[in-house]
Design a protein around this ligand. Structure first.
Ligand code: GLN
Length: 283
């Protein structure tokens, strides 16, 4: 007797439960991927049976999930804001908190539609691509030091039909733009901000790239360097949006005030009420 959808889902939920708060949902998502159906199908046809090949492929994915591999890498995609992004282990998996940074940028660009916007450390391209998709008149640049990450970001730009409106540069922070004398209205940056000593304690580092997480001794090496470069490139009236760690609000606010003495600096909380975004508004 071939196992039914109900059977394999029950076994998978049990297998995944030790590593996931959402084991039932994870099992549904993996099985709909293997069967090539919508999740609703699994609820409507719990007695349908799997072929040996389907069962095999499902069990392989369940084992990866049970070993702690993030679902986004297993599926090769993750939703961010209003679209889906290709993700590989070369890029950080986009986080919901980062949508707050995007929203703050969208508000600004609504008021100045022909803004020049830079996504520094673009990774999957989630910020640059989503902004470009929503702001057709903006000039969007995306920079990353990792060629492997840039390749993923370019695929995402193409998949979202904004490839012609996002200019990609491989390089260190704002250097490629400074070299070309590009003046910027909005800098968006979700840089690595985890302190090096904290990395070994974090589950994310088992699968996500260290290059996207390691911010040096206090986690702020890259933020500090970016702020040092930003003043020369930011237009009057421009905006810098930085994602930060929950315990970095006061430190980054101080760095921001030092780099931009005339600017309005605000620390904005995420959905959990934790410091997450620093917003620097140039006068
Ligand atoms: N938010 C990430 C985490 O959960 C860190 C991302 C970053 O360093 N930019 O660890």
């Amino acid at each position: 007797m071939r196992p039914t959808i109900r059977d394999v889902l029950r076994a998978a939920r049990r297998r995944i439960a030790p590593v996931s708060q959402s084991a039932g949902l994870d099992a549904h998502i993996l099985l709909s991927q293997v069967l090539g159906v919508e999740r609703a199908y699994l609820l409507v046809y719990p007695n349908h049976t799997l072929t040996a090949d389907q069962q095999n492929r499902f069990e392989k994915l369940v084992e990866r999930c049970a070993a702690g591999e993030p679902l986004a890498y297993i599926l090769g995609r993750r939703g961010f804001y209003d679209r889906e992004f290709i993700v590989t282990p070369a890029v950080l998996i986009p986080r919901p908190e980062t949508e707050l940074l995007l929203e703050a940028a969208l508000v600004f660009v609504k008021g100045k539609p022909d803004s020049t916007v830079v996504d520094v450390g673009t990774g999957s391209g989630a910020l640059a691509v989503t902004l470009a998709a929503h702001c057709p008149a903006a000039a969007v640049y995306a920079v990353d030091i990792s060629p492997a990450a840039l390749a993923v970001a370019k695929r995402n730009a193409a998949a979202n039909e904004v490839a012609e409106r996002v200019t990609f540069f491989e390089g260190d922070l704002l250097v490629p733009l400074l070299e070309r004398g590009v003046q910027i209205d909005v800098i968006m940056a979700n840089l690595p901000y985890v302190a090096s000593d904290d990395l070994p304690h974090l589950a994310v580092t088992r699968y996500e790239p260290r290059l996207a997480l390691d911010g040096g001794a206090d986690g702020l090496d890259l933020v500090r360097r970016l702020l040092g470069q930003a003043a020369a490139a930011l237009n009057p009236g421009g905006l810098v949006l930085l994602e930060i760690g929950a315990d970095q609000g006061a430190a980054v606010e101080a760095l921001a005030r030092a780099a931009f003495p005339q600017a309005g600096v605000e620390v904005l909380p995420d959905y959990a009420g934790l410091d997450r975004i620093v917003r620097i508004a140039n006068p």
